[in-house]
Design a binder for this molecule. Sequence first.
Ligand SMILES: [Zn+2]
Length: 421
Amino acid sequence: MKISFSTKITAKGLIAVSADSPGKVNLKRKSFKDAPLFIYKEKSAKEFGSLAIAEAKKLKLNLVEFVESKFDKDLIAEGALLSNYSFDKFLSKKPSKVQTITFIGKGKVKKRDLSGVFLARDLGNLPANHCTPKTLVDTAKEIAKENKLKITVYTKRELEKLGAGALLAVAQGSELEPYLIKLEYKTNSKRNVAIIGKGITYDTGGYSLKPPGSMDGMKHDMSGAAVVLGVMKSLGKPKVNVTAYIPTCENMVSGKATRVGDVVKSLSGKTIEILNTDAEGRLILADAITLAKRDKVTEIIDLATLTGGALVALGTTCAALLSNNDEMAEKLLSKSKKTEEMLWRLPLLSVHKKDLKSKIADIKNIPGHRWAQTIIAALFLEEFVEKTPWVHLDIAGVADKDGESTGFGVRTVLEYLSTEQ
Ligand SMILES: [Zn+2]
């Protein structure tokens, strides 16, 4: 999409006006009286850009002219670029996109690198027969090459040798090999931030099988991994070390799949009773968290489409944040205000720890009730995180919007990493 400036409205596309400038438009209205007009009355520059593009796409117009307003042009452009994305890889006839946006008036626009967001969306939108654990490995290798990052890929054999029993238990029902991908960005800082993303490329639920209606969209269950890869793609040169961990596999049913009631030994040494095979994300994250801890990371951010409870509590526009560290939580909350990726903090209610007590193993993966799902899933992860400062983002509600992947989280995590010292 081209971004340009002009002193005059051509009225050859959509005219986008925000509430603070309609007077100007009315004055000159007669010169373009038949042109479609989009009037925005809210307060977000990014949303202004985004909604104007959505409207233009609907009307099949390839030009949007933004009439001068008080809004930040960088943010309008960012919203416009994000909104102009569509996933058309498999369509013979590509949908219409906006080719040019023109700002009426003078100025400059600082274009932000959004390639990481688009990568996360592309991966999230790919169906599970096109996006397998191996696809994530190949993508990580490309990013490593492009950005000169160190990459380590643990294969099934290496995971067995290591003892990553929780990840392997989830993967064992699938024909496809599981992996744990590690990407390292090094600088001379004492801090090493781990970013961990859940990479279940398809989730049937396993023997705790999902009903048909809930299985649609399960290709998005690797959105956490996609966000982490997106962050590493657009990482730039932050002042802190960053290590990405992506545990990835499918959760399928077969004669080899995990049964309900099986006990497995995680990488940490803790044994887990698997009482619901659909609570698999926390299992693969547990081993990734343990690996990060062995690498002596100083803090952890994980992103996962973890619980339906996050949707019930916060809907489809806001992700749940849970943390054992107020300072980290506050920082991420404030960054998310800037990126307009809305986060809401839920409490890590330790009273629910008892709900994860198992009679025959150190911990069970699901309580015997349905309450406080999002909190209890986070408490499960905390068992492996222990005292390391940590923020967990449950993105189950926001990873896709009407079936289209959003890349939610890439910009907020990048904003966090780029401003840390
Ligand atoms: Zn599941």
